[in-house]
Design a protein around this ligand. Structure first.
Ligand code: FAD
Length: 266
């Protein structure tokens, strides 16, 4: 829902708008009798079956549950960001990199994701500047070296983004600040990629399922979680691929696993 153009989902040879694709998926599922409630799940109780799920105060009961609440990219939250989200500023180079052919872009972060995004973006951008708050990188040595040795990549350490600059055509640059002495510099860019991590949307589960240290749900067998009858799919378990097609594929797996598991109960 946050992106304008999706160019890499199969079946759309000329691309499709993100919200439009969501409407298509929803209408297709509703044609088979799916009921959708646009409401938030607040808490769950998976201690016995039927499972209990509280949706904005109303209690629902179910023999099986599939969780696919996704993961939110972490944004910087600095001035000028909201206006450019999903336009000049993205959190996914695989998705949006090709929109920045022969343009100057910034990648923010110091981990493997930032190095990977920066290296990937060199296929399209004329110049990639990695901006990192420290001079120590969390990225693995091999990923860091691949980035640092690339002729199109410049790395600026001890810099954080203070604000984003834009003009009538969109993003135009960033104000960088040196956290050690507060000094500032401006650099130009028409695209920026924030690669400082993702937060899985699992707070409402309150530890009812096994998760990794970052809150991603762990599978125990195929798409089933640590609680038999509770399944999980998509970005809420996926720390690696995070694409619409991979989430949809895993959603299909979870639906088939849930159906088979329900059949086996009788
Ligand atoms: C800006 C942007 C651009 C992208 N572009 C592309 C692209 O071009 N191609 C591509 O393949 N991928 C793209 N992606 C990645 C893709 O969107 C995700 O990989 C995919 O949407 C993951 O699907 P999902 O169903 O797991 O989670 P999501 O699509 O995130 O869906 C999770 C849903 O659960 C809901 N939810 C969360 N918590 C609760 C709760 N407590 N109760 C009820 N509902 C809840 C959320 O509101 C949301 O509707 C992009 C992502 C972003 C952010």
């Amino acid at each position: 829902m946050l992106t304008s153009d999706v160019e890499n989902f199969p079946g759309y040879p000329t691309g499709i708008g993100g919200p439009e694709m969501m409407i298509h998926m929803r209408e297709q599922a509703e044609r088979f009798g799916l009921e959708v409630q646009d409401k938030n799940v607040e808490k769950v109780d998976f201690s016995e079956r039927p499972f209990r799920v509280w949706v904005e105060g109303e209690e629902h009961r179910s023999e099986a549950v599939i969780i696919c609440t996704g993961a939110e990219a972490i944004w910087l939250g600095v001035e000028g960001e909201d206006a450019q989200k999903g336009r000049g500023i993205s959190t996914c180079a695989t998705c949006d990199g090709a929109f920045f052919r022969e343009q100057e872009v910034i990648v923010v972060g110091g981990g493997d994701s930032a190095m990977e995004e920066a290296t990937f973006l060199t296929r399209f951008a004329s110049k990639v500047t990695i901006v990192h708050r420290h001079d120590v990188f969390k990225a693995s040595k091999v990923m860091y070296e691949r980035a640092v040795n690339h002729p199109k990549i410049e790395i600026k350490t001890h810099r954080k983004i203070k604000s984003w600059l834009s003009n009538d055509e969109g993003l135009s640059g960033a104000v960088l600040e040196d956290p050690r002495d507060g000094s500032e510099e401006e650099i130009s860019c028409t695209g920026a990629f924030i690669a400082i991590g993702h937060k899985p949307m699992t707070g409402f589960l309150q530890g009812e399922l096994e998760m990794d240290g970052s809150g991603y749900i762990l599978h125990s067998e195929h798409t089933m979680t640590s609680v038999p009858g509770v399944f999980a799919a998509g970005d809420v378990v996926d720390t690696r691929y995070r694409q619409a097609i991979t989430a949809a594929g895993m959603g299909c797996e979870a639906a088939m696993d849930a159906e088979k598991w329900l059949e086996d109960q009788h």
